[in-house]
Ligand binder design. Structure first.
Ligand code: PLP
Length: 391
């Protein structure tokens, strides 16, 4: 008889965003005339920048002739993209990462889930709380023991270093959902912890392009010793609007626990490379025009984040994040339950947010707003919120 992996029965019934979509759809059925502003899901809304579009059109043209056609590419990604990443993302920060330590993928979510192929089910896992749900769900599926590291305003939403040794530790900065960033000093402490107890840090820096404060590290490898204890996951999704194109990369240092060779073997066995067209698009992100154009989009989103912060303040709500991240994290008024506040915002103001408890128990009493909506709609949402809280 076919037996299904036990972990699936331990997953929360629905993925958070499916639950939100269901509630919004139900409300739309009840009240079809309501103009709904979606500040919930973390998807970008601006189109791809011209430099990327041009590169991808050219890549399609390559596919149209025998001489420049590309079939299967290297599973690790094309060397020209891996080298551009070294030159564009690491060398300028004085970080020694080589092209063969970079693996191109179809996005960070796949790599964050798939990386667990390398690790025994016996490993203990540390996960900050609240958190991007993928880290939790992928470990629940495998049946690993999870130790939650609570993040609160008191520790700047960066969690206290655990007093017990753990095997795998997930860190995500700038953070989804809190929009918090981590200081160099705090990240040094995490690296020291990992080196001390032999833990491996899985560092998700999908939002590093949003960092504006020059003191905040963009990569864990800015910390000396991190190459001995950390992998880094990055994505073109939020940097360059690739959520629908799909391209990201993972850095696996050469000398680290033999993981580079194992991942190479794993990818050779289960992955056939990201598409040539996506990788050509990603390459354009590193050209001077591409860089300038994506910066404009990121500035636009950060401008929205500033509007969210200001609106929440006017509404009298406590908020953080949004300065070096596209997410703003706010406390519900008067300790209201966050799902109840979600319903109130939807029904009375037509605004969709993400309830904090959807990201873990430590998110109770909070909600997340994203800066990815249209500017005018972001302003409109804040006017509605201010009116609701005043009323
Ligand atoms: N990591 C974090 C923290 C995210 O918030 C997201 C997407 O929302 C991802 C990774 C996934 O990115 P990708 O689109 O590259 O799969």
């Amino acid at each position: 008889m076919v037996e299904i992996k036990e972990g699936f029965s331990k997953l929360e019934h629905r993925y958070l965003f499916q639950e939100i979509a269901r509630k919004v759809a139900d409300f739309q059925k009840e009240s079809p005339g309501t103009d709904i502003i979606r500040m919930g899901i973390g998807d970008v809304t601006l189109p791809l920048v011209p430099a990327v579009i041009r590169a991808m059109h050219a890549a399609v043209e390559d596919m149209a002739s025998k001489e420049s056609f590309h079939g299967y590419g290297p599973e690790q990604g094309y060397d020209w993209l891996r080298e551009a990443i070294v030159r564009g993302d690491y060398a300028p920060r004085g970080i020694d990462v080589s092209a063969d330590e970079i693996f191109i993928s179809d996005g960070a979510k796949s790599d964050l889930g798939n990386i667990l192929d390398l690790f025994s089910r016996n490993n203990s896992v540390g996960i900050t709380n609240p958190v991007y749900p993928v880290y939790v769900d992928t470990n629940v599926i495998d049946g690993r023991e999870i130790h939650f590291i609570d993040c609160s305003a008191a520790n700047g939403f960066t969690g206290d270093i655990p007093s017990r040794p753990l095997d795998l530790v997930y860190l995500c900065y700038p953070n989804n959902p809190t929009g918090a960033v981590i200081t160099r000093e705090k990240l040094e402490k995490w690296v020291a912890y990992a080196r001390d107890c032999g833990a491996l840090i899985l560092y998700d820096s999908a939002y590093e392009a949003y960092i504006r404060d020059p003191e905040i590290p963009h990569s864990i490898y800015e910390i000396p010793g991190a190459k001995d204890c950390a992998l880094e996951f990055r994505s073109f999704s939020k940097t360059a609007g690739f959520t629908g194109i799909r391209c990201g990369y993972t850095v696996i240092p050469g000398g680290l626990m033999g993981l580079n060779a194992l991942w190479n073997r794993r990818q050779g066995c289960k992955f056939n490379g990201a598409s040539y067209i996506s990788q050509r698009g990603a390459l354009a992100v590193y050209t001077p025009e591409g860089r300038a154009q994506i910066q404009e989009n990121i500035d636009y989103y950060l401008g929205n984040a500033a509007i969210l912060r200001e609106g929440l303040e006017r509404a009298g709500l406590e908020a953080s994040g949004g300065e070096n991240a596209p997410y703003v994290w706010a406390r519900t008024p008067e300790g209201a339950d966050d799902w109840a506040f979600f319903d109130l915002l939807l029904r009375k103001a037509g605004i969709v947010v993400t309830p904090g408890s959807g990201f873990g128990t430590a998110g109770r009493g909070f909600f997340r707003l994203t800066a990815f909506a249209d500017r005018a709609r972001t302003k409109e949402a804040m006017e509605r919120l201010v009116a609701l809280c005043a009323g």
